[in-house]
Design a protein around this ligand. Structure first.
Ligand code: ADP
Ligand code: MG
Length: 718
């Protein structure tokens, strides 16, 4: 291995850090933490509020807090069975006594001796006559040394304990701010911006966020880091976007549009016509098309994409349509194939489930140009897929793909046009930044005759009536979706801020008092429904961990009406169209983002029958209630997005909606997601726009530090 010529600095590999051996370095690298820079930006997801000291008398059962106790009895250790010991001690304060239990830590007998003053932090268990804590964290009071009020809790990295992470981060901080290194971390925000928004220095911010001394310093650090996240995110998106746009592209002739329009069973909405105008002018203008079509669920994006494909095939080239799931790819195929057949073009479907023989044939017909339009999943980006002349790439639900995947498909032709689609309605201000250099078409109008989906928010107490409602719906010939947040017990789900949580132990961030929620799990819930509640109906389930053939089968059965009640995770979120589905029920609705809920709701109301969406939640959180209320009262996806933005600020919103986040080189907006001062975050966007306007390539001196970080974090080899 070549040794790093620069002593220390941002790019120091984690393996060079004090206390990090080969194995731990590998664990970190697996989590994407390669360098000291990555480590210092690996921010705590919350803090243990160990400064929150209560008395034995006042603590409640289940509360997470600290008790300041004097050890009243010599700890007693018992070996319960081989390899397992229990150490118990009694601690007292002036209001009462508390039993403390540790497992497999017999050495504590020597540390927590009688008379010692110790702060214990953990979850309180209070029964009728006693208060106890099991395996609490502890800090021994020694002289006048103040105890830490906040202890950072980092996102889990397998193989790395919290303690080790904290140590590694501290080592990394010393190294990245090592003034002697040429490669030290310098402030990426220009001085005038820091002054204007009263933002602290990066060094102060990072030290404070990793080991804060009070909540004010956390707040100051978060403001600063959040600003930087958005600012950097926007600049990265801007930088990436610039390169994409300036390419020249092949110039197509405009086709005779009537042929296409006449083969449709409906006439286009004004918004659709505007969109296909925009697409056509891109494709015939001589520059490469790089456009994203956004539009609410059901707004009719597919037909616009089909028109783009029509332009491509009319000009003798091929089009490829890539969707994120097999279900969706198949549906596009079923929709588009008859349409194009009528027009004299051949479509084919290429997905994981395609048999080897069929695949072989498709691959050869793609090369010869016999197939005009290929529809598929990421199977399309495999190296074996070659084209005669690929003129257009269409990417549905684009945020589901990584930049690399999208690029790989586009690279199957030197100069093809690119059209992306997204059903995540995004307020225009954000879209401009999120989609960087892409041109945007918004389909802000639904086809006529779409019915309003009545939405209700109910609690668990409504269960009986809810079941009655399901029964009535099915008896009247409707079909029902029931969406659960988790697949099975213990499954890890994404927490509110994107980290992995076990479904059995949900502790929301920023909440010093943990609570546990029993999440409905798709598999178990389906079983319960089919055995106990609706034995007379067919209940199916579908989730992302099933084999694709299985999923296809379940989905096909649902479409065919063989399954009446489909219990699922969000795998059905994306674009599936079943016109006979009339009822959407979302369990533990507080665990879904607003735009996700909106997407789910869009799965019903696709036929002529009155449809309903019922959000089940027993959350007592005011925030959660307010969000569900937005769903109840708002139908328009763009409005929902705006509300989402108002309530949670752009950071969280962007995290939820995916956006171009993956494209923007490792910019993580988790801190921005925690900030409620949306004005500040908008200011960060504005400043980024100003910066890009005055220095599009960030070549100026005052942007040098930022550019360096962007390149490092994007792992772009400049
Ligand atoms: P999305 O924008 O969510 O991808 P789709 O393209 O799947 O929506 O369209 C939803 C449904 O609306 C499809 O069944 C499609 O045939 C139908 N549709 C699209 N445009 C129109 C229109 N202008 N008039 C009537 N129905 C339309
Ligand atoms: Mg769609």
């Amino acid at each position: 291995m070549r040794s790093n010529s620069l002593a220390g600095g941002m790019n120091t590999p984690v393996s060079k850090l004090y206390g990090i051996g080969e194995k731990r370095a590998q664990a970190l690298e697996k989590a994407g933490i390669m360098t000291a820079l990555d480590l210092v930006y690996h921010l705590p997801r919350g803090y243990e509020m160990r400064g929150n000291v209560k008395t034995v008398r006042e603590v409640e059962d289940g509360e997470v807090c600290s008790l300041m106790l004097t050890v009243a009895s010599t700890p007693h250790t018992a070996n319960v069975r081989r390899g397992m010991s229990i150490t118990k001690l009694v601690g007292v304060d002036e209001t009462g006594r508390c039993m403390i239990t540790f497992f497999n830590q017999p050495y504590l007998r020597e540390q927590l001796t009688t008379g010692k003053e110790v702060r214990f932090y953990g979850r309180i268990k209070r029964t009728l006559g006693s208060v106890s804590m099991t395996s609490p964290a502890y800090d021994i009071v020694s002289g006048n040394v103040p105890l830490r009020a906040f202890v950072p809790v980092y996102p889990l990295v397998e193989g790395i304990t919290q303690k080790l992470m904290a140590t590694a981060v501290r080592a990394a901080l010393e190294i990245v701010f090592d003034a002697n290194s040429k490669d030290a971390l310098t402030d990426v925000l220009p001085l005038e911006i820091k002054k204007k928004y009263n933002l602290c220095d990066i060094k102060y911010a990072l030290y404070s966020i990793h080991s804060p001394h009070d909540s004010d310093s956390i707040e100051r650090a978060r403001r600063r880091i959040a600003f930087e996240e958005i600012y950097r995110f926007a600049l990265t998106a801007g930088l990436v976007g610039k390169g994409e746009k300036s390419n020249s592209g092949r110039r197509f002739y405009p086709p005779r549009r009537e042929a296409f329009l006449n083969s449709l069973p409906f006439s286009l909405t004004c918004a659709q016509i505007r969109t296909i105008d925009e697409i056509e002018s891109d494709m015939t203008g001589g520059m490469q098309m790089n456009r994203i079509v956004t539009g609410d669920v059901g707004s009719g994006k597919t037909v616009c994409a089909a028109y783009a494909a029509f332009v491509a095939v009319q000009n003798g080239t091929q089009a490829a349509i890539m969707a994120p799931t097999e279900i969706l790819a198949r549906q596009h195929y079923l929709d588009l194939s008859p349409l194009f057949e009528k027009l004299g073009y051949k479509c084919a479907l290429l997905i994981g489930a395609t048999t080897a023989a069929a695949k072989k044939k498709i691959l050869s017909q793609l090369v010869t140009g016999e197939i005009n339009i290929i529809i598929g999943t990421h199977s399309l980006i495999e190296d074996t897929v070659l084209f005669d002349d690929l003129g257009l790439v269409i990417i549905d639900e684009q945020h589901r793909f990584g930049a690399a995947q999208r690029e790989k498909l586009a690279q199957k032709s030197g100069d093809c046009h690119i059209l992306a689609m997204s059903a995540t309605p995004i307020p225009r201000t954000l879209a401009l930044v999120l989609y960087g250099g892409l041109d945007i078409s918004s389909i802000d109008e639904l086809p006529p005759g779409r019915q309003v989906i009545s939405t209700f928010v109910v609690g668990e107490s409504y269960r009986e009536r809810l079941n009655g409602f399901i029964r009535k719906n099915v008896e009247e010939g409707g079909q029902v979706y029931i969406v659960c947040p988790a697949v099975e017990e213990q499954e890890e789900i994404e927490g509110e801020n994107g980290e992995k949580l076990s479904s059995l132990d949900i502790v929301p961030i920023g909440d010093d008092r943990g609570y546990e929620v029993k999440l409905k799990t798709a598999v178990d819930f389906a079983k319960e429904l089919s055995e106990k509640v609706f034995p007379e109906f067919t209940v199916g389930f579908i989730h992302g961990k099933m084999k694709s053939a299985q999923k296809e089968k379940v989905m096909a059965d649902f479409v065919a009406g063989k399954i009446q009640i489909l219990v699922s995770t969000t795998v059905i979120e994306v674009g599936v169209n079943v016109p006979t589905a009339t009822l959407m029920i979302v369990e533990n609705a507080e665990f879904f983002g607003l735009s996700q809920l909106h997407q789910l709701r869009g799965r019903v109301g696709r036929g002529s029958k009155k449809s309903y969406c019922i959000l089940v939640s027993d959350s007592h959180s005011e925030k959660a209630k307010a969000r569900l209320e937005v769903m109840r009262t708002t139908k328009n996806g763009y409005k929902i997005a705006e509300k989402d933005l108002e309530q949670r600020g752009p950071g969280d919103f962007i995290v939820q909606s995916g956006g171009r986040i993956r494209q923007s080189g490792g910019v993580d907006l988790k801190t921005a997601a925690l900030i409620s001062d949306t004005t500040l975050l908008y200011a960060a966007f504005d400043e980024a726009a100003n910066t890009l306007a005055s220095d599009p390539t960030l070549s100026g001196e005052k942007n040098a530090a930022m550019k360096k970080i962007i390149l490092l974090k994007s792992r772009i080899n400049a």
